[in-house]
Design a protein around this ligand. Sequence first.
Ligand SMILES: [Zn+2]
Length: 424
Amino acid sequence: MRYFAERAWIGGRVEHDVALEVDGGRFTAVTPGSAPDGTRLRGLVLPGLANAHSHAFHRALRGRTHGDRGSFWTWRELMYEVAGRLDPDSYYPLARAVYGEMALAGITSVGEFHYLHHNPDGTPYADPNEMGHALIRAARDAGIRITLLDTLYLTSSVDGKPLEGVQRRFGDGDLDGWLTRTSALRDGEGVRIGAAAHSVRAVPARFLGGLAGRAPLHIHLSEQRAENEQCQAVHGCTPTELLHRHGVLGPGTTAVHATHLTDGDIKLLGGSRTGVCLCPTTERDLADGVGPGRALADAGSPLSLGSDSHAVIDLFEEARGMELDERLATERRGHFSAAEMLAAAAAHTALGWDDAGEIAVGKRADLVAVSLDSVRTAGADPAGAVFAATGADVTDVVVDGRVVVDGGRHTGFDVAAALREALS
Ligand SMILES: [Zn+2]
């Protein structure tokens, strides 16, 4: 297959008239300054975007939970109501529709932080991984890759209170229970099995060491000040220090949010090359605060981005958020370059896809064409398109060499209709 991109984002800058040859789902040639030949992609062609932090079912809360006061904790009660209603038969169509929405926005890999494992009373389904398999099938049918970050979730508080109410669906009893269940999950074409620890609230410290060395391994970290206070009270240290003590930090680990950190935490995360996934639109929506993204990057942490609660599914907005929210917090501009913002939006490495996220020979052939003549992007400098474009400006998406979005439409199904049906 041969594509011709008028402009393509290669090596952190815009190249012109780029011939792209694809074979076996990989780029076999990438040649700027070529004559037009092959399927023409207009606008600016970006690498596939990576949504490194998703809870697919949270999409059901969009437009329903933002108007009132309250906090992360009151929002969580509403989220638990949705979590209590779903079963594999209803989660599959919801997740397929949500992943379809992601595909339309140029997302080619999703990291699904999955803890909705069991029946509402905590008993396993006949296949204890039925919910995980529903998510994998949903991503496949939506045409995107999935890293299933199967989540260890055992307690409801840092001091080890048992799971209660809907949380019983999340638990596997102990580390061995989780290891036994997840050992039946397998990598496949476009599917990678990763691990997650929900947080230091949900995983007792004695089990953290059992996760050390796994990759990719994700964990919610210091999203809330209350978590930090509880961790200090119980363990006498910050959540980051607790992870460090148990050997959990490292390049295969991604800390999600990392909002309320000490200077020492930033040094530990950066020094160990632990990744950090920022979720600016969710952190905004839940009034969580602004994490120290620039300081973490300077300390050595690779940054990725996730839409998390799916109040918005738009990696351009997340990428702008990492820069613009930091401007508000510091009253200074220019923390991240456009190249750094787009690199964070295409950080497939955080999901274990080291061979994706760049338009380069040998890499997975993901392409995302973004219109430069929409009402939002008309007149924008292509090099600054990340400051202007939204997911709605994505016209064409190729995942592993397969066309998934063509002229703004998903090639597999009507995503808006699927969302309406799943959310009715
Ligand atoms: Zn999350």
